[in-house]
Design a protein around this ligand. Structure first.
Ligand code: GLA
Length: 398
């Protein structure tokens, strides 16, 4: 989810951030951390269904600067918010009211307390992010993972990156009320430059697959129609999938929809009597297969098949999962018309946000111009385009 950071500037270097810390707290920071946003290439709404996903970390994300204090409080300041807020050390496991952005980092810190770490040291924290706000590119996962990473480092807790992703996910569940899967936090924690992560969300085994494509770029198109993951529609989808599993269990024991092949699903799907749950399950089972096929195609250099599967993924998210909506559909449809577009689909939770497209280099200017103009004509909204740079996962910068 993307809630907290409306960038005031899209670039700030580490020295400027340290300067901002000095101004906010009247002293120097002692460490700087970073964790990225992500874009998912294929495998949408499969993560909490035990399926595969194929995201990559982006070069933009969230910075976190800290210095210890002797006040027995955590103090939080975002460069995108006016106030500094304090949370006492004995209140670290209690979510703040009023949808505060601080719940994202606080929820991660709380996980350390719950795991038995004694936090006796207070910290001053400054946050700045350049993941576009409301774009479905996981600014909240970036904020969660950067906090989990910082705590791990400061407490010398020794957790690996997968555990840090789980801490971020728990924060989202417990402090933001979104029953998300693991994809966003995992991509932010485990990202690798020029690679996508082929992740089995059941076992958390993963493979890094190179996506440095010859004469082809990953282009992200922002519909500027903010996605509303917290609206409840996301949790509804999760519940509808659980319902499908529950009903299928009358004919076959099963934990996740992703355990079923398309043929197996065809044979038993009549056990799902709820028509909505049936639609959702149809998407998930198809998407699990598409994701497998797409990654296999990419490894063989068959990018045309990868692109075709991206388009099919969008249509399934539109027709069966019903998470696209007018703006995402307009953006994808306009992209499909352009010569040189290999594939295009919505990315992330849906209900607004971004599409992701694979576009031949020579077609990129045409893509941006024509898709931009046609999208604006159809929706009245000016879109924004980014050429994705696939970057590394969470790290200490200094
Ligand atoms: C959001 C969630 C992820 C995943 C995607 C849809 O980004 O945070 O866990 O479910 O939606 O694929």
């Amino acid at each position: 989810m993307d809630v907290y950071n409306q960038p005031i500037k899209t670039t700030m270097n580490v020295n400027e951030l340290k300067q901002a810390f000095q101004e906010a707290y009247g002293k120097a920071s002692t460490a700087v951390y970073f964790s990225p946003g992500r874009v998912n290439l294929i495998g949408e709404h499969t993560d909490y269904n035990g399926g595969h996903v194929f995201p990559c970390a982006l070069s933009f994300g969230t910075y976190l600067l800290i210095a210890p204090n002797d006040q027995k409080v955590f103090r939080f300041k975002s460069l995108n918010q006016p106030a500094i807020e304090s949370v006492a050390l004995d209140k670290l496991t209690i979510p703040l009211g009023g949808n505060s952005w601080i719940n994202y980092p606080l929820g991660c810190i709380a996980q350390y307390v719950k795991r038995g770490f004694k936090i006796e040291q207070g910290y001053d924290i400054l946050i700045w992010g350049n993941v576009p706000n409301g774009a479905g590119l996981s600014s909240s996962a970036a904020l969660e993972v950067v906090t989990a990473y910082m705590m791990n480092d400061q407490l010398r807790a020794g957790y690996d990156r997968t555990e840090l992703a789980k801490i971020g996910q728990l924060s989202e569940h417990e402090f933001a009320g979104v029953n998300c899967g693991i994809m966003d936090q995992f991509a932010s924690a485990q990202g690798k430059k020029d690679h996508a992560i082929y992740l089995d969300c059941d076992t958390l085994q993963f493979e890094l697959v190179p996506v440095k494509l010859e004469c082809v770029k990953v282009v992200i198109a922002n519909t500027h129609s903010p996605h509303k993951l917290d609206s409840g529609a996301y949790n509804d989808r999760v519940a509808q999938c659980h319902k499908a599993v529950e009903q299928l269990n009358s004919v076959r024991p099963l934990k996740y929809l992703a355990e079923l092949s398309e043929q197996e699903f065809e044979a038993i799907k009549s056990a799902i009597t709820d028509p909505i749950a049936l639609k959702r399950a149809t998407h998930v089972v198809g998407e699990v297969q598409r994701t497998r096929d797409a990654v296999e195609a990419l490894k063989k250099g068959d990018i045309a098949t990868f692109g075709r599967l991206m388009c099919e993924s969008h249509k399934s998210l539109r027709d069966y999962y019903e998470v696209t909506g007018e703006q995402l559909d307009a953006m994808a449809e306009e992209a499909w018309k352009i010569d040189g577009v290999i594939g295009s689909r919505m990315t992330g939770g849906g209900f607004g946000g971004c599409t992701v497209s694979l576009v031949h280099d020579e077609a990129i200017p045409r893509f941006i111009e024509q898709v931009g103009a046609n999208y604006e004509r159809r929706t009245g909204i000016k879109p924004e385009f980014y050429i994705a740079e696939i970057g590394d996962g969470a790290r200490r910068v200094e």
